[in-house]
Write a protein of this length. Structure first.
Length: 415
């Protein structure tokens, strides 16, 4: 009874399934973390979601594996049951099933080697940090004046690159920072050399670009260039991070500086082209000058002709209105007016006399006296106004009556 009581006192707390599973998951993930495991693939399945599920097994045990979508680039050869692989991932627990599993990040054929897997892991890490992004790549200067070279001073790489640089760009100032390019500690030396060249001080002027180079070798020989800080078949992490990669030191030298022979050839071509362009422009200017001269001559001739025609018209107008001619015309008009003025009174009197005689003849026939001679009379009141109606007279009114040979006065009688 005592043993049982002690046991229940020690386990008095009751956990839920979720709490227990979560605790187990925490212990596993903390204890193991990321591990390398090798085995045979079985029960492989590509889910419609893009996740991949399979079991990794050997002769005595097995473990569930999952590759989440977008965790790694597609494999050159897709997974299939029976494949022998090495996987790198984190030990975890799928809580919904209470099943521990491996969340895979790298898959490679078994036997490829730990260095290659380490290379792939570091490459993916730096790629995720954006260090391989093409947007980070800066263009190299076309005509560098000073360059820094980080390499071993005793290797073939420095001789190759110096030979090419002296031949292609004899004006170039070269600053060599000697480092070890393989072996333990080489990566730190390379990083320090790059940092020193990138931060100039009073000992040397700034460089336009930095070249980090070495010869080829095995993966083990080149491994210091895979730390976080070659020939054609050798790719290192430094190749992906650099602004520009070259397959060999000689190729790097050819990429960073122009060839002086090519420059001279280009300069000669530019001089010839400039000479042709200048000659063409001079000839074009001469033709434009000739054209302008002809146009000016035509414009001047046209202007002179217009001026001459205007002058001729003005002269003709002046001649038509000359003072002598105008004076002569005015004199003729004055003479005509004088003759008309002299002859006018006599003619006017004669015309007036004829009109008077005509009027006199008309009056003689139609005038009052002629009417009186025909037996008519004219009667007026005392004021001399004509009496045209009997209503204009009154009794005892004095009136005067004119007949053809005189006048007499009378008085109106009667009511």
């Amino acid at each position: 009874m005592t043993v049982a009581a002690d046991f229940f006192q020690q386990t008095s707390k009751v956990l839920s399934v979720s709490e227990l599973t979560r605790s187990i998951r925490g212990i596993l993930e903390t204890k193991f973390g990321a591990v390398w495991v090798q085995g045979e693939v079985s029960n492989y399945k590509l889910h419609p979601s893009g996740h991949q599920y399979f079991t990794l097994k050997d002769a005595r045990a097995q473990i569930a594996c999952v590759v989440f979508r977008n965790t790694m680039a597609p494999l050159r050869q897709p997974l299939a049951d029976g494949a022998h692989v090495q996987v790198y991932g984190n030990v975890s627990v799928f809580e919904a099933r209470g099943q521990y599993q491996l969340s895979v990040q790298i898959i490679q054929p078994r036997g490829l080697g730990v260095l290659q897997a380490k290379f792939e892991a570091l490459k993916r890490k730096l790629d995720d940090e954006g260090l391989f992004d093409p947007a980070r790549k800066r263009p190299l200067p076309k005509f560098p004046k000073r360059i820094g070279i980080v390499t071993s001073p005793s290797g073939a790489a420095i001789r190759d690159i110096l030979n090419v640089l002296r031949r292609r760009a004899p004006w170039l100032h070269i600053l060599i920072s000697p480092v070890r390019v393989q072996g333990s500690g080489a990566a730190q030396e390379i990083a320090v050399a790059i940092r020193e060249l990138a931060r100039p001080n009073e000992n040397f002027a700034p460089v336009d670009l930095i070249v980090v180079t070495r010869g080829g070798g095995s993966m083990e020989d080149l491994w210091e260039f895979n730390e976080e800080i070659g020939h054609e078949i050798d790719f290192t992490i430094a190749d992906f991070v650099a602004d520009l990669r070259a397959p060999t030191p000689s190729a790097a030298a050819e990429l960073i500086v122009p060839d002086i022979v090519d420059l001279r050839r280009q300069m000669d071509a530019c001089v010839r082209g400039l000479g042709r362009e200048l000659l063409n422009r001079v000839r074009d200017a001469q033709q434009r000058l000739d054209h302008a001269r002809d146009s000016l001559r035509r414009c001047l001739a046209h202007g002179v002709d217009n001026y001459r025609r205007g002058l001729t018209h003005a002269l003709a107008t002046l001649q038509a209105r000359s003072p002598v001619r105008e004076l002569m015309l005015r004199r003729n008009r004055f003479g005509d007016l004088r003759r008309r003025f002299v002859e006018l009174p006599k003619r006017t009197m004669e015309n007036a006399r004829h009109r008077f005689q005509r009027v006199e003849g008309i009056l003689r026939v139609l005038g009052p006296d002629a009417t009186l001679r025909r037996g008519y009379s004219i009667t007026k009141n005392e004021q001399g106004k004509l009496i045209r109606s009997v209503t204009a007279v009154r009794p005892k009114m004095k009136i005067r009556t004119r007949v053809s040979d005189g006048e007499f006065e009378s008085q109106v009688t009667g009511e």
